[in-house]
Design a protein around this ligand. Structure first.
Ligand code: BG6
Length: 481
């Protein structure tokens, strides 16, 4: 790994605490960060290097005398600054120049934006005007990279504007639009599973698949993220990105090759094929909910209409999936933590078994993204006994049992790919535009006046959202699994 400096905007925030620093430290312990690197936290808080290191130590829950921590801490610095004031950026330049001098070369600079999204514009503007975006060999930007967290915009228009701004400052090869779900082992495995196993390809279509379900459930509520979440909501926070990517992993066609652009092309086509729900159909096809007690959460507006749950039904316009409904739901304060995709195959009760009765749902292939990462295939079997009776049983593959773990953490993969410059698992701009087109129509439907608009329905915590979410699928004679 060549020397690099990682400038983290939003260094005292939730993402830094829970994901980025733990991943950086883990990579450091595995000696994957190379010999020469610096991490500079950039934030509003008035603290110095020592206090910031203490904060990071607290994030990582390590003791002061932990030798690995001591080695890691030596590479951590802090730059105080307001995102919309030039002063902090100018001091940052001095600091980065010092690192370059110490190393005796222009070190690659990675700017990682993990702040609330409304700061992106100001940060990008200042990176540009101060020429930080050009790296130490100013006039040439080959030594800089920019990583930008989701949500990438608030709707189609703002996403386009943000993209325009990015493209005025950076070249596409420098831009890393992060969706960490793409970097999860289980999601990456979808391509291998679907295309390396010849037995699935012939049945992966509307002749055999009845419908597809995607569930993203978190037991936790918004916790300390009220301020961020209340301005975003579940649809923008996880549906626009993580959920649509899970759908794309099911529906995409085989990429021409494993090259970055071929894989991204296949993904873009899959997202483009998701059928938009027109504003007038939103009421029928989308259910939004808000858990009871949400309005009392810290930093949440007292009359907030922000949804903490969303369920929707839509189609995918490809020859393979024409007519196969997708039922997708995501919620906070759910009964359990689970993210999984289930492909429910058409149940045909073979004439041979009709008189003995067949299970209502037959073959289901479930890809468990987390926890207990794995895949299970529900099949029909004869229940032991003297009479013929059919039941369903699961054939299972567990990452943990087979590989002794669940693979690299998604954020470790995100970071390593940024450092090495591999953009395959990052969103391309056309991909984001298509996903925002889909989401913006729903947002328009929700905000419509004249009786068609929609407010979230209150649901009891630890339940699977409002009853209307069950109605959404049961109307079609199906059930959430
Ligand atoms: C983030 C969302 O992108 O993903 C959070 O902003 C959500 O609201 C998180 O909790 C879930 O990520 P993971 O990797 O824990 O499933």
């Amino acid at each position: 790994m060549s020397p690099f400096v990682f400038v983290l905007f939003g260094a005292t925030g939730d993402l830094a605490r829970h994901k980025l620093f733990p991943s950086l430290f883990s990579l450091f312990k595995k000696s994957q960060l190379g010999d020469t690197f610096c991490i500079v936290g950039f934030s509003r808080r008035e603290i110095d290097d020592a206090a910031f290191r203490e904060m990071v130590r607290d994030f990582l829950k390590v003791s002061d005398d932990d030798l690995e921590w001591q080695g890691f801490a030596r590479n951590i610095y802090y730059q105080q600054g307001m995102f919309d004031e030039e002063r902090g950026y100018l001091s940052l330049i001095d600091r980065l120049n010092t690192f370059d001098k110490e190393v005796g070369a222009c070190i690659t600079r990675v700017f990682y934006l993990a702040t609330p999204p409304h700061n992106y514009e100001a940060i990008l503007e200042h990176l540009h005007t101060t020429k930080l975006s050009e790296g130490c060999g100013q006039g040439s930007n080959k030594w800089t990279k920019i990583a930008i967290e989701k949500p990438f915009g608030k709707d189609l228009e703002t996403a386009k504007a943000l993209d325009m701004k990015l493209s005025q400052i950076f070249e596409e090869k420098q831009i890393f639009r992060v969706d960490h779900y793409l970097s999860k082992e289980t999601v990456q495995n979808m391509i291998a599973f679907r295309f390396a196993n010849g037995i699935f390809e012939p049945v992966w279509n509307n002749k055999f698949i009845d419908h597809v379900q995607v569930t993203f459930a978190e037991k936790k509520g918004v916790e300390k993220r009220g301020k961020f979440f209340d301005g975003v909501g579940m649809l923008r926070d996880v549906a626009q990105n993580h959920l649509l990517q899970l759908v794309a992993a099911v529906t995409m066609e085989q990429p021409l090759s494993f090259s970055k652009e071929d894989v991204r092309d296949a993904r873009v086509k899959a997202i483009q094929a998701i059928e938009c729900i027109e504003a007038e159909n939103v009421k029928e096809c989308v259910v939004s909910g808000q858990y009871e007690g949400y309005l009392r959460e810290k930093d949440v507006a007292s009359e907030s209409d922000t949804e903490t749950f969303v369920a929707m039904k839509f189609g995918v316009n490809t020859p393979r999936f024409q007519g196969v409904p997708f039922y997708v739901r995501a919620g906070k304060n759910m009964p359990t933590n689970v993210v999984e995709i289930s492909i429910v195959f058409i149940q045909t009760c073979h004439i041979l078994f009709k008189e003995f009765g067949c299970p209502e749902i037959g073959n289901v292939l479930t890809i468990r993204i987390q926890p207990d990462e794995g895949i299970r295939m529900r099949v029909i079997a004869k229940r032991p006994g003297s009479k013929l009776a059919l039941d369903t049983v699961d054939m299972k593959f567990s990452y943990h049992e087979e590989f002794g773990g669940h693979g690299a953490d998604a954020y470790e993969k995100v970071l390593m790919d940024i450092f090495s410059g591999d953009q395959m698992l990052f969103n391309r701009s056309d991909e984001l535009q298509s996903s925002w087109e889909f989401i913006t129509k729903i947002l328009d439907g929700w905000s419509a006046t004249g009786g068609t608009g929609q407010k979230p329905i209150v649901y009891t915590p630890n339940r699977w959202g409002p009853k209307e979410a069950s109605d959404l699928i049961e109307r079609d004679g199906r059930k959430w699994l």
